[in-house]
Write a protein that binds this ligand. Structure first.
Ligand code: VGL
Ligand code: ZN
Length: 302
């Protein structure tokens, strides 16, 4: 995939240099837009808009454009959160919803599937929820909710947690037993402020299918119903926070884009598992390519 990036024109509050241009493959940065002239400039702009909308072009399409360019540069793929470009200010709208993903005891640092520093995001998530609540905006919680003996558990295969395993609806690794229906580990963190949430989506309750995404289960067929719910509430943009960044938040973000939502992730309100190694980096690069926006929670204005 090849995307021309231009540092001059904002598209939906993202500068071209920040869109889809870190996939690690043949990326060109167009920084001398004036030399290309008005017509060429507009062409680049149109293509970059298409790129943010999720359309990708092959090398054959780009090659003629590239010939006109001086010093096409390659950008390295993103490997850590600090390398993401952040949207500086976001004003909340009536068509926004906040989705708080899996703030459950088992995902806290001392939990069964503990996410490092998971506890640290609970209070800041409450503060962002308060900004949504103040405007009576839609807030949805998600809850990982597995039956005992779920096929995503290593114990169901006589294997070890985090061993590689891939089958339809399960993988790429197996998990420790976690978020078992009705257990303390499956409960929300006691400090999570639930008062403003209007719905909870439970997922992963089919014994043989996992569900990282809050929209579509890992079989890629079974809907949780959340997309229909948000559509009926005229939601156009979702803010995703919670755990874990490279699993449930990531898959929800990608499905959210596929389903036509704008997606924003306040990066200070999420933490990653990063297993297998490199999983987080792949997730970040895919999200950037797919037009997911990143910000910080204090950049969100109520
Ligand atoms: C999750 C792995 C297994 C998550 C849930 O919430 O990200 N990850 N189950
Ligand atoms: Zn799970």
């Amino acid at each position: 995939m090849l995307v021309i990036a231009c540092t001059h024109i904002p598209v939906r509050n993202i500068y071209f240099s920040e869109i889809g241009c870190r996939c690690g493959k043949s990326v060109a940065v167009m920084s001398q837009s004036r030399k290309i002239g008005r017509r060429g400039f507009v062409k680049y702009a149109a293509v970059a808009v298409a790129a943010t909308a999720g359309a990708y072009y092959t090398k054959d399409f780009w090659e003629p454009y590239l010939k006109n360019m001086k010093n096409p540069a390659k950008l390295a793929p993103i490997t850590k959160l600090e390398e993401l470009s952040l949207v500086p200010d976001i004003q909340l709208k009536d068509t926004d919803a906040l989705i708080i993903v899996d703030i459950q005891n088992d995902f806290m640092s001392s939990g069964a599937l503990g996410v490092k520093e998971g506890d640290e995001i609970v209070t800041p998530i409450n503060s962002l929820a308060e900004k949504f609540h103040r405007r009576n905006s839609v807030i949805v919680m998600t809850q990982d909710w597995h039956p005992p003996g779920h096929l995503s558990f290593a114990s169901s295969h006589n294997m070890k947690p985090f061993d590689s395993y891939e089958s339809e609806g399960i993988g790429p690794v197996l998990w420790p037993d976690h978020c078992v229906q009705g257990s303390r580990g499956a409960e929300f963190h006691p400090d999570l402020d639930m008062k403003s949430a209007i719905a909870t989506i439970r997922k992963g309750y089919h014994p043989k299918v996992d569900s990282y995404s809050t929209f579509i289960e890992n079989d890629k067929r079974t809907y949780t119903g959340l997309s229909g719910y948000l559509d009926k509430l005229s939601i156009e943009r979702i803010f995703l926070c919670g755990l874990a960044l490279d699993y449930c938040v990531y898959y929800s973000a990608i499905d959210g884009r596929d389903l036509g939502f704008d997606v924003v992730i306040p990066i200070d309100l999420t933490k990653a598992i990063n297993s297998p190694a490199g999983h987080l980096s792949n997730a970040l690069n895919t999200m950037v390519q797919r037009g997911v926006q990143f910000t910080k929670s204090d950049h969100v204005v109520s």
